[in-house]
Design a protein around this ligand. Structure first.
Ligand SMILES: Nc1ncnc2c1ncn2[C@@H]1O[C@H](COP(=O)(O)OP(=O)(O)O)[C@@H](O)[C@H]1O
Ligand SMILES: [Mg+2]
Length: 227
Protein backbone atom coordinates (compact mmCIF):
# COMPACT_ATOMS: atom_id res chain seq x y z
CA UNK A 1 0.00 0.00 0.00
CA UNK A 2 2.71 2.44 1.11
CA UNK A 3 6.42 2.69 0.35
CA UNK A 4 8.53 5.52 1.75
CA UNK A 5 11.86 5.65 -0.06
CA UNK A 6 14.79 7.64 1.33
CA UNK A 7 12.48 10.18 2.94
CA UNK A 8 14.18 13.15 4.64
CA UNK A 9 12.64 16.30 6.07
CA UNK A 10 14.75 19.33 6.93
CA UNK A 11 13.42 22.45 8.58
CA UNK A 12 15.38 25.59 7.80
CA UNK A 13 15.07 28.88 9.61
CA UNK A 14 17.49 31.83 9.35
CA UNK A 15 20.21 30.30 11.49
CA UNK A 16 19.17 26.78 12.35
CA UNK A 17 18.69 23.68 10.26
CA UNK A 18 16.84 20.81 11.91
CA UNK A 19 16.81 17.34 10.42
CA UNK A 20 13.43 16.02 11.52
CA UNK A 21 13.70 12.85 9.41
CA UNK A 22 16.72 11.28 7.77
CA UNK A 23 16.62 8.62 5.05
CA UNK A 24 13.53 6.78 6.24
CA UNK A 25 12.62 3.66 4.26
CA UNK A 26 9.35 2.03 5.26
CA UNK A 27 6.82 -0.18 3.51
CA UNK A 28 3.37 -0.80 4.92
CA UNK A 29 0.92 -3.39 3.68
CA UNK A 30 -2.83 -2.97 3.56
CA UNK A 31 -4.39 -4.18 6.81
CA UNK A 32 -1.40 -3.57 9.08
CA UNK A 33 -1.68 -1.88 12.48
CA UNK A 34 1.61 -0.01 12.91
CA UNK A 35 2.68 1.62 16.17
CA UNK A 36 5.34 4.35 15.90
CA UNK A 37 7.41 4.92 19.03
CA UNK A 38 10.35 7.09 20.05
CA UNK A 39 11.36 9.92 22.40
CA UNK A 40 9.88 13.39 22.19
CA UNK A 41 11.22 15.39 19.24
CA UNK A 42 12.53 12.35 17.32
CA UNK A 43 10.31 12.99 14.27
CA UNK A 44 7.17 10.91 14.89
CA UNK A 45 4.69 13.67 14.09
CA UNK A 46 6.74 14.75 11.08
CA UNK A 47 6.56 11.17 9.78
CA UNK A 48 2.82 10.98 10.39
CA UNK A 49 2.24 14.36 8.74
CA UNK A 50 4.17 13.24 5.68
CA UNK A 51 2.16 10.00 5.56
CA UNK A 52 -0.96 12.18 5.80
CA UNK A 53 0.31 14.51 3.02
CA UNK A 54 -0.13 17.56 5.24
CA UNK A 55 3.65 17.93 5.02
CA UNK A 56 6.01 17.09 2.16
CA UNK A 57 9.38 15.41 2.43
CA UNK A 58 12.41 17.53 1.48
CA UNK A 59 13.75 14.56 -0.48
CA UNK A 60 12.57 11.05 -1.22
CA UNK A 61 9.53 9.34 -2.72
CA UNK A 62 6.21 8.49 -1.08
CA UNK A 63 4.48 5.80 -3.12
CA UNK A 64 0.83 5.17 -2.29
CA UNK A 65 -0.69 2.41 -4.40
CA UNK A 66 1.57 3.31 -7.27
CA UNK A 67 1.34 7.11 -7.21
CA UNK A 68 4.17 9.33 -5.87
CA UNK A 69 2.56 11.68 -3.38
CA UNK A 70 5.82 13.53 -2.68
CA UNK A 71 5.51 15.34 -6.00
CA UNK A 72 1.72 15.36 -6.49
CA UNK A 73 -0.09 18.71 -6.97
CA UNK A 74 -1.94 20.29 -4.03
CA UNK A 75 -5.28 19.62 -5.76
CA UNK A 76 -4.33 15.99 -6.25
CA UNK A 77 -3.33 15.67 -2.60
CA UNK A 78 -6.58 17.25 -1.41
CA UNK A 79 -8.51 14.65 -3.38
CA UNK A 80 -6.25 11.87 -2.09
CA UNK A 81 -6.85 12.94 1.52
CA UNK A 82 -10.61 13.19 1.03
CA UNK A 83 -10.86 9.75 -0.56
CA UNK A 84 -8.32 7.69 1.38
CA UNK A 85 -7.31 9.24 4.70
CA UNK A 86 -8.64 9.76 8.20
CA UNK A 87 -6.78 11.67 10.95
CA UNK A 88 -7.00 11.60 14.74
CA UNK A 89 -5.00 13.93 16.98
CA UNK A 90 -4.06 14.00 20.64
CA UNK A 91 -6.10 17.16 21.22
CA UNK A 92 -9.23 15.95 19.32
CA UNK A 93 -9.38 19.13 17.15
CA UNK A 94 -13.18 19.35 17.11
CA UNK A 95 -14.75 22.65 16.05
CA UNK A 96 -16.12 24.29 19.23
CA UNK A 97 -19.20 25.98 17.77
CA UNK A 98 -20.44 23.02 15.75
CA UNK A 99 -22.46 20.16 17.25
CA UNK A 100 -21.02 16.65 17.35
CA UNK A 101 -23.14 15.67 14.34
CA UNK A 102 -21.94 18.74 12.39
CA UNK A 103 -18.33 18.02 13.35
CA UNK A 104 -18.66 14.49 12.01
CA UNK A 105 -20.27 15.76 8.80
CA UNK A 106 -17.08 17.77 8.22
CA UNK A 107 -15.38 14.44 7.50
CA UNK A 108 -17.45 14.23 4.30
CA UNK A 109 -16.95 17.84 3.20
CA UNK A 110 -14.49 17.15 0.38
CA UNK A 111 -15.50 13.55 -0.25
CA UNK A 112 -16.94 12.83 -3.68
CA UNK A 113 -18.80 9.69 -4.77
CA UNK A 114 -20.35 8.90 -1.40
CA UNK A 115 -21.30 5.26 -0.85
CA UNK A 116 -24.63 6.22 0.74
CA UNK A 117 -26.60 9.22 1.88
CA UNK A 118 -24.64 11.76 3.91
CA UNK A 119 -27.06 11.46 6.81
CA UNK A 120 -26.91 7.65 6.90
CA UNK A 121 -23.10 7.67 6.79
CA UNK A 122 -22.93 10.11 9.72
CA UNK A 123 -25.40 8.00 11.73
CA UNK A 124 -23.39 4.86 11.05
CA UNK A 125 -20.09 6.49 12.09
CA UNK A 126 -21.69 7.76 15.32
CA UNK A 127 -23.04 4.29 16.10
CA UNK A 128 -19.65 2.71 15.44
CA UNK A 129 -18.02 4.77 18.20
CA UNK A 130 -21.02 4.93 20.54
CA UNK A 131 -21.58 8.69 20.38
CA UNK A 132 -25.03 8.91 18.73
CA UNK A 133 -26.68 9.94 22.02
CA UNK A 134 -24.51 13.10 22.02
CA UNK A 135 -25.20 14.12 18.39
CA UNK A 136 -26.76 17.47 19.33
CA UNK A 137 -24.27 18.39 22.03
CA UNK A 138 -21.29 20.70 21.58
CA UNK A 139 -17.73 19.49 22.16
CA UNK A 140 -17.32 21.32 25.51
CA UNK A 141 -20.33 19.40 26.86
CA UNK A 142 -18.54 16.06 26.34
CA UNK A 143 -15.83 14.27 28.31
CA UNK A 144 -12.40 13.89 26.72
CA UNK A 145 -13.11 10.27 25.87
CA UNK A 146 -16.39 11.19 24.18
CA UNK A 147 -14.70 14.00 22.25
CA UNK A 148 -12.03 11.64 20.98
CA UNK A 149 -14.68 9.10 19.94
CA UNK A 150 -16.47 11.88 18.04
CA UNK A 151 -13.16 12.80 16.38
CA UNK A 152 -12.73 9.15 15.36
CA UNK A 153 -16.24 9.20 13.85
CA UNK A 154 -15.27 12.30 11.85
CA UNK A 155 -12.11 10.52 10.68
CA UNK A 156 -13.90 7.34 9.55
CA UNK A 157 -17.21 8.69 8.21
CA UNK A 158 -15.80 8.76 4.66
CA UNK A 159 -14.61 5.13 4.93
CA UNK A 160 -10.86 5.83 4.65
CA UNK A 161 -8.45 3.01 3.82
CA UNK A 162 -5.73 4.55 6.00
CA UNK A 163 -6.25 5.95 9.50
CA UNK A 164 -3.45 8.06 11.00
CA UNK A 165 -3.45 8.74 14.74
CA UNK A 166 -0.93 11.00 16.53
CA UNK A 167 -0.90 10.04 20.23
CA UNK A 168 -4.71 9.57 20.19
CA UNK A 169 -4.86 8.54 23.86
CA UNK A 170 -2.29 11.07 25.12
CA UNK A 171 -4.93 13.30 26.74
CA UNK A 172 -7.13 10.48 28.05
CA UNK A 173 -7.30 8.49 31.27
CA UNK A 174 -6.58 4.79 31.01
CA UNK A 175 -10.22 3.69 30.74
CA UNK A 176 -10.97 6.09 27.88
CA UNK A 177 -7.61 5.30 26.30
CA UNK A 178 -8.55 1.63 26.40
CA UNK A 179 -11.88 2.37 24.67
CA UNK A 180 -10.12 4.29 21.91
CA UNK A 181 -7.69 1.38 21.39
CA UNK A 182 -10.58 -1.07 21.16
CA UNK A 183 -12.24 1.11 18.48
CA UNK A 184 -8.98 1.37 16.50
CA UNK A 185 -8.47 -2.40 16.71
CA UNK A 186 -12.01 -3.13 15.53
CA UNK A 187 -11.60 -0.70 12.60
CA UNK A 188 -8.36 -2.49 11.74
CA UNK A 189 -10.11 -5.86 11.96
CA UNK A 190 -12.63 -4.44 9.48
CA UNK A 191 -9.83 -3.78 6.98
CA UNK A 192 -8.65 -0.22 7.77
CA UNK A 193 -4.86 0.19 7.84
CA UNK A 194 -3.90 2.02 11.06
CA UNK A 195 -0.69 3.93 11.80
CA UNK A 196 -0.54 5.26 15.35
CA UNK A 197 2.07 7.23 17.29
CA UNK A 198 2.12 6.16 20.92
CA UNK A 199 4.24 6.38 24.06
CA UNK A 200 2.47 3.38 25.56
CA UNK A 201 4.28 0.06 25.40
CA UNK A 202 1.07 -1.81 26.22
CA UNK A 203 -0.62 -0.19 23.21
CA UNK A 204 2.36 -0.92 20.98
CA UNK A 205 2.10 -4.55 22.11
CA UNK A 206 -1.38 -4.65 20.54
CA UNK A 207 -0.16 -3.46 17.14
CA UNK A 208 0.89 -5.86 14.37
CA UNK A 209 4.16 -3.94 13.92
CA UNK A 210 6.23 -1.54 15.99
CA UNK A 211 8.47 1.04 14.30
CA UNK A 212 11.05 2.82 16.47
CA UNK A 213 12.38 6.27 15.56
CA UNK A 214 15.45 7.90 17.09
CA UNK A 215 16.82 11.31 16.04
CA UNK A 216 14.90 11.24 12.76
CA UNK A 217 16.07 7.78 11.79
CA UNK A 218 14.10 4.58 11.71
CA UNK A 219 16.12 2.32 13.99
CA UNK A 220 13.92 -0.74 14.30
CA UNK A 221 10.81 -2.28 12.75
CA UNK A 222 9.48 -5.37 14.45
CA UNK A 223 6.63 -7.47 13.11
CA UNK A 224 4.69 -8.84 16.04
CA UNK A 225 2.24 -10.70 13.84
CA UNK A 226 3.22 -12.15 10.44
CA UNK A 227 2.26 -9.43 7.94
N1 LIG B 1 7.60 23.50 11.71
C1 LIG B 1 8.79 23.20 12.23
N2 LIG B 1 9.82 24.07 12.11
C2 LIG B 1 11.04 23.78 12.61
N3 LIG B 1 11.34 22.64 13.27
C3 LIG B 1 10.35 21.74 13.42
C4 LIG B 1 9.03 21.97 12.93
N4 LIG B 1 8.26 20.89 13.23
C5 LIG B 1 9.07 20.04 13.90
N5 LIG B 1 10.32 20.54 14.01
C6 LIG B 1 11.47 19.87 14.65
O1 LIG B 1 11.62 18.59 14.07
C7 LIG B 1 11.95 17.64 15.06
C8 LIG B 1 10.90 16.52 15.08
O2 LIG B 1 9.65 17.04 15.55
P1 LIG B 1 8.34 16.14 15.69
O3 LIG B 1 8.15 15.36 14.44
O4 LIG B 1 7.22 17.02 16.11
O5 LIG B 1 8.76 15.14 16.87
P2 LIG B 1 7.86 14.16 17.78
O6 LIG B 1 6.47 14.11 17.22
O7 LIG B 1 8.57 12.84 17.72
O8 LIG B 1 7.89 14.71 19.16
C9 LIG B 1 12.05 18.38 16.38
O9 LIG B 1 13.41 18.71 16.59
C10 LIG B 1 11.24 19.63 16.12
O10 LIG B 1 11.69 20.68 16.92
MG1 LIG C 1 4.63 14.57 18.07
Amino acid sequence: MIALKHISRLYRSDEIETTALLDVNLSINRGEFVAIMGPSGCGKSTLLNILGTIDRPTTGAYMFEGADLATMSEAGLAEHRANHLGFIFQSFNLVDDLTIRENIELGLLYRKNLSGSRKAMVEEAMDQVGIAHRARHYPHQLSGGQQQRAAIARAIVGAPSLLLADEPTGNLDSENGHQVMEILKSLNAGGVTVIMVTHSQSQADQASRVVNILDGRMVLSVNRVPA
